[in-house]
Structure formats: C-alpha cells, structure tokens
Design a protein. Structure first.
Length: 489
C-alpha cells in the first residue's frame, strides 16, 4: 500500500508539472546552453539522455542514478561552429540505495568586432556555468524517482565600438528537475520535467522548461529508443541507437528534430558517436550537425569503479601432491567434486541434535550487470523457498536474518565469497550458508550457487545454471537445489 501511495503522489506531481509546462507561453528563453547534451554518449544517440545513461548534467534524467553501479569520474570538452568552447566535469557515486551525482558545465563564446582599418576587438562575449546536484532512489523493484537541483551563473561582456569602454553584466538563478524511470527486462521508459517551476534570469527571461517522455530497449549489444517532448515554444523529438561491436567498442547514431510552433519551421540534426573501453577507462566521442549552428563535436574520458564483473565460478581445490591430474577433470553438474581432488561422493551434512534439522541461511545473491540487486533478491527468495520445501533444513527467515545482521552492523549485499559466508554464518549461528551470484551473459541468465560449511570454512557444493528464457528461471533454480540434495547424505 505504501508503494502504491508513493506512485499515486508522484503521478499527481508529474501531471501538475506537465500542465504547467504546456500552459507556459513565453516566446523567449535565456541560457540556451541548457539544451546542450553534456555527455557524448547521449549526444551520439540523438540526445537520448533519459533512459540509458546515468548523467549528472542538466540534460540528464536524475532517476537513472538509482540503478547505477559503483561510481564514475568523467570530464570532457566540446566545440561548435560558432567558436563556443565548453567543458564539464562530473562524478557519480552511491550511498546505500541512492545514487548521487554532481557536475559542472561551463561555456564561453566571443563575437569579435572588425574595424574599418581591419583591426578587431572583442565586442561581445558570453560565459557561464551550470552546476548540478542530482539524486536517484528506487521506490519499487523496477521504478525509480530522481530530483536534480541546478544553479545557473551567466555573464556578459559588451564593448562600445566608439569609446572602447566596456560593461559587464552578471546574473544567476536556480531551478529543479524531476524524473521517473521504469525498466523491466529490456524495456525502458522515462518521464522528465526540467525547470518545472519556470525559473527566470535577467529579471524576466524564463529559462527553458522541458517536459518529455522516452521509451526504449536495452539488450546485451543493442540499445534503441525514441523520445518526444516540448518546451515553451518548441516540440522536440529524438531517435537513437547504440550497438556494441565488441566488449570494448560501441558505435552510436541518432537524430534530433525540433519544430517551432510560431513559424511552422523544423530542423533535423543527425549525430554519430563511439566509445572505446579499456579496463576501468572509457573514451567517448560524438559529433552532430545542426542546420543553423553548424557542426559540434564532444569528447570525454571516463573512469569507473565498483562495477561488478561476470566471472565464471571456479572451485577451490586444496593442494594435494598425491592427487592425479585426471581426477580434477570437470564433472557433470549433478556430480560436482567436493573440491579436495577426490572423486565425487556423497557429502555428509554437519551434525545436528537428534530430532532437529540442520540450520541453513541464504544471503542475498550478488547482482551482476545488467541485473539489479532487487532482481537478485528474487533469486535468493526462490532458493530459500526450495530449501523450505525440501523439508531437510531449518531455514532462517530473511527478515530475522536482516535484523540480526543489522544489529551487528554487517552488510550482506554483495556477499558471494566463502570468507563472507563464514562471517555471516557465525553471527547467525547456522551450520550451512548459501551464497551466490546472478547475471546475464550472451543473452542468457546465469546463476551460480555455493554451499559453505561454516565450521570448516569449506565450499562443500558449487554449481551453476543458465537459461535463455526468463520464464524457465524458476524451474532451473529448483533443479539447482535438487542437484545439491542429491549429493548430500
């Protein structure tokens, strides 16, 4: 009920916001640089910055920050045919469930005046910064809400052609953005409202107030989407796609169309871009052609950390000089070797008082891209449910487990190693711990599961399962638990 109430309130807020935007009738807008994409990733996809990339900039959807992994530092520069120079720096990081980001986008442009004798001087220049602070938070498993606070500082320098005297002007203002983001498997949808209070600068000039909706698809290699929205006087539609040719190289293409209601004119701006990744670093490039403003190009360098990598599960084999090489050959899933170099055999369960079952606990499985931690929690619930149905174990209830761990100040999310399992098992006073991970690789959902004996700190069982159809995921987990039950005495 609480979640439904949240969605209802957000629905009212966004409808009110959209009403304000549609009723706005201003014919002039200041600070046109608010429109500029502040990331070459979205710029290369025609400006699609609401459903694919978590960006701290003024043109991004803050709701995407809720599902970003780890952190990121980035910086970039941009130039256009009007000789405007732009630069930006930004950072993204996580605090528990929330994604936080801040960024600074600066711009400068000069228009020289040429005298009759051929000499020139700077007759007019414009410069400024847009500072951004954004937060995204998941309100449901697949739905997030974001809020962005922006501060605009703008300056003008004007020189008199006769007296050569100069005057400078400066002003600043602040405004807020809101966004909603929904994802389910490959489907993506978002709504964003920028400057929903219609802040003004230079006394009475309104800043652009944008409201728009985006939908798209994000797969292992292909991303594609469209968006439609408008500001006070212009309708804006975008189309873009990205295709990963390999794990380190991706190409992008897109198109941006603007329609002006006052004169019925429209303009189309095509764009191209690419990214090259190497380890934790990535280089992005994008170029766009505008009928009036000419060509623009943007480059950026990114560094990320804390993003989970999909690694194949590998058994821990104890060193034994007498073990023959052929005894460590890969076994079938139902005959997983007990990791001591010996042929597979029935595994004895830890001793329990007569008439009682062995205590076992299941941690939240580690989520690996592109799955979220909330999706991984469902996998853990399925595993926990199958252990209960087997009737052979005393399964620790999740809420009780979370409560005990919270009292001890222990965070279980991302716990997939034997050492972490042993530490949690001792706190919970259980004999066995179940840890694992889930992710997606080459179009298949992959689940790995390890059973750890808390007392000996050894992995007594390890197996994995993969399915292409998510509808088969539940049955595959049941088979995985059955495989473990068949190997114990």
């Amino acid at each position: 009920m609480k979640s439904r109430r949240k969605i209802f309130y957000l629905f009212l807020i966004f409808n009110f916001t959209f009403f304000i935007l549609r009723e706005a009738g201003a014919e002039t807008t200041a600070c046109s640089y608010m429109y500029y994409n502040q990331s070459p990733v979205s710029m290369g996809m025609g400006g699609l910055d609401d459903i694919f990339e978590a960006s701290p900039g003024a043109s991004g959807n803050p709701a995407l920050l809720a599902f970003c992994e780890g952190g990121e530092l980035s910086g970039g520069v941009e130039n256009d045919a009007m000789e405007a120079a732009m630069s930006r720096v930004s950072a993204i990081f996580r605090i528990k469930k929330a994604g936080i980001a801040f960024g600074v986008f600066s711009y400068e442009q000069s228009f020289p005046i040429v005298n009759s004798d051929g000499t020139s001087y700077s007759g007019f220049s414009q410069s400024g910064e847009i500072n951004s602070l954004s937060i995204g938070y998941p309100i449901l498993k697949n739905l997030s809400f974001g809020l962005g606070m922006r501060n605009v500082n703008e300056r003008f320098f004007v020189a008199d052609s006769e007296s050569y005297d100069s005057e400078s002007y400066a002003d600043s203002t602040s405004y807020a953005d809101m966004g909603l983001f929904f994802r389910h498997r490959g489907f993506r949808a978002a709504f964003r409202a920028a400057n929903f209070g219609e802040a003004k600068i230079w006394d009475d000039e309104p800043l652009p107030s944008y409201g728009g909706f985006s939908i798209g698809y994000a797969g292992d290699r292909l991303k594609a989407g469209i968006s439609a929205g408008s500001d006070q006087v212009t309708a804006i539609s975008r189309l873009g796609l990205e295709y990963a040719l390999s794990g380190w190289f991706a190409v992008r293409a897109g198109m941006d169309r603007t329609d002006t209601a006052a004169d019925g004119m429209f303009m189309i701006s095509p764009s191209l871009g690419f990214s090259i990744s190497y380890g934790a670093f990535a280089f992005d490039f994008a170029a766009v052609t505008h009928p009036d403003l000419g060509n623009r190009a943007m480059t950026a360098l990114r560094y990320n950390w804390g993003r989970k990598k999909v690694k194949p599960a590998s058994p821990v084999i104890t060193e034994d000089k007498k073990t023959k090489p052929e005894r460590t050959r890969k076994a079938a899933p139902a005959e997983i070797a007990p990791f001591d170099g010996k042929p597979a055999q029935k595994i004895p369960l830890p001793a329990a008082p007569e008439g009682e079952r062995v205590n076992i606990a299941v941690t939240d499985f580690e989520a690996r891209a592109p799955l979220s931690q909330s999706e991984a929690a469902f996998i853990s619930d399925f595993v926990r449910s199958d252990f209960v149905k087997s009737g052979r174990f005393n399964v620790i209830e999740k809420n009780n487990m979370d409560k005990v761990l919270a009292e001890q100040g222990f965070q279980q999310t991302g716990c997939s190693s034997a050492e972490c399992a042993v530490a949690i098992g001792k706190i919970l006073n259980v004999k066995l711990m179940t840890v694992g991970s889930c992710g997606q690789l080459l179009g298949k959902y992959i689940i790995t599961m390890n059973i750890v004996d808390v007392e000996s700190a050894k992995i007594i069982f390890s197996d994995d399962a993969s399915v292409a159809d998510p509808n088969d995921l539940r049955n595959k987990i049941t088979e995985l638990i059955g495989s473990f039950l068949n190997t114990v005495k």
